[in-house]
Design a protein around this ligand. Structure first.
Ligand code: ZN
Length: 358
């Protein structure tokens, strides 16, 4: 009998406990429902609530949320190479692309690599890219982080047709944009050897040049004769210019053109970029005459030529607006110095001097 009572009590006790447990569970679900349903909370706050919920399962979620993805784009003859920051803990990356002017992005690939080569681009079109890192969580929830957007025009050239490189020193200046507009119209590229001291005054021109596929080289920070400087002085001229360019276009200068073409062994050893001089000198800065600049280029241009001009003179701008269509008419492709080298299968070396590329 005693034992029977014991059993009864035990059963009662356990049913009370079960009701209590149900009550606790109900409370938990109500509370968590409240915290998740505040619709007017800003998005950032919502993300932080999600992260604190998951912290116990995935202690690395905060690292994912706080990391930044930087996307850079390199143009090559076959297409665009996209490179982006390795994000720890990400499950995969999504790469989005749109043609400039379109409203919506298209997801072009899902990948776990930190590089992607897009060769499905069409010559003459401008593309906008962004990359999203995705972290898949245990509940099937997804967390995403987007990179910066990068846009660039793609132009495909024919390696079997003749090519020239138009190069402009001492800018950017007030005529640079008009030159860029003409280059863009004819799907042509040029190389601008800029002065670091000038770039902040013409940021939009520098951006536009990069966007339409032109190349940005360095012409030092303030137009100094590099052979008169110490190693430290040379480095400072280059680094200061690169730093400013990086803030505008996301990367430094790819090439170096020494002012006056002055180079010695110290300059070659210290400049960690290919050094580009010229083999067609228009003397545009001296003549300041559009027709003389025009005829100089048209008479002397050959396949592989590197042509020197200065985008800070009105007469040069006037000449260039005629030079570009005329060179195209003669069958020339107007390319950057690096494109000239790439299409002619020449690997440009740091510290080496090039006055033409054949
Ligand atoms: Zn110069």
């Amino acid at each position: 009998m005693r034992e029977f009572i014991k059993i009864i009590n035990y059963k009662r006790l356990s049913s009370v406990f079960a009701v209590f447990l149900l009550f606790i569970l109900l409370c938990i679900s109500i509370f968590s429902g409240f915290s998740g349903n505040e619709a007017d909370q800003p998005l950032a706050k919502k993300v932080s609530i999600n992260s604190s919920k998951i912290t116990n399962e995935r202690p690395d979620i905060n690292e994912f949320i706080n990391s930044k993805i930087k996307l850079t784009l390199k143009s090559s003859k076959e297409g665009f190479l996209l490179e982006y920051t390795e994000i720890k803990n990400r499950t995969y990356y999504e790469i989005y692309r749109k043609i400039k002017g379109e409203s919506k992005y298209t997801l072009i690939i899902t990948t776990s690599d930190t590089k992607y080569f897009d060769e499905t681009v069409i010559s003459g079109k401008t593309y906008v890219y962004k990359v999203r890192a995705v972290l898949k969580q245990k509940e099937g929830q997804l967390n995403g982080k987007c990179s910066n957007k990068v846009q660039k025009k793609y132009v495909r050239f024919d390696k079997n047709k003749k090519m020239v490189a138009l190069t402009f020193d001492d800018g950017p200046g007030k005529y640079t944009k008009a030159i860029l507009k003409c280059l863009d119209k004819y799907d042509a590229h040029a190389t601008f050897f800029v002065l670091g001291s000038q770039v902040n005054d013409y940021k939009s021109a520098v951006k536009k040049a990069d966007l339409i596929g032109c190349e940005i080289g360095s012409h030092t920070f303030d137009h100094v004769n590099l052979t008169a400087l110490s190693k430290k002085g040379i480095k400072s001229q280059i680094n200061k210019t690169d730093k400013r360019l990086k803030a505008i276009i996301g990367h430094g200068a790819t090439l170096m053109r020494p002012p006056y073409g002055y180079v010695d062994s110290t300059v070659k050893k210290t400049v960690k970029k290919p050094i580009v001089t010229w083999n067609v000198d228009t003397r545009d800065w001296e003549t300041r005459n559009a027709s003389s600049t025009y005829s100089n280029v048209i008479k002397n241009a050959k396949d592989g030529s590197i042509i020197l001009m200065h985008d800070i003179h009105g007469s040069t701008k006037k000449a260039v607006l005629k030079i570009i269509p005329e060179l195209k008419k003669q069958g020339y492709q107007i390319v950057t110095v690096s494109e000239l080298a790439e299409y002619k299968n020449i690997q440009l070396k740091n510290g080496k001097v090039y006055n033409k590329i054949k």
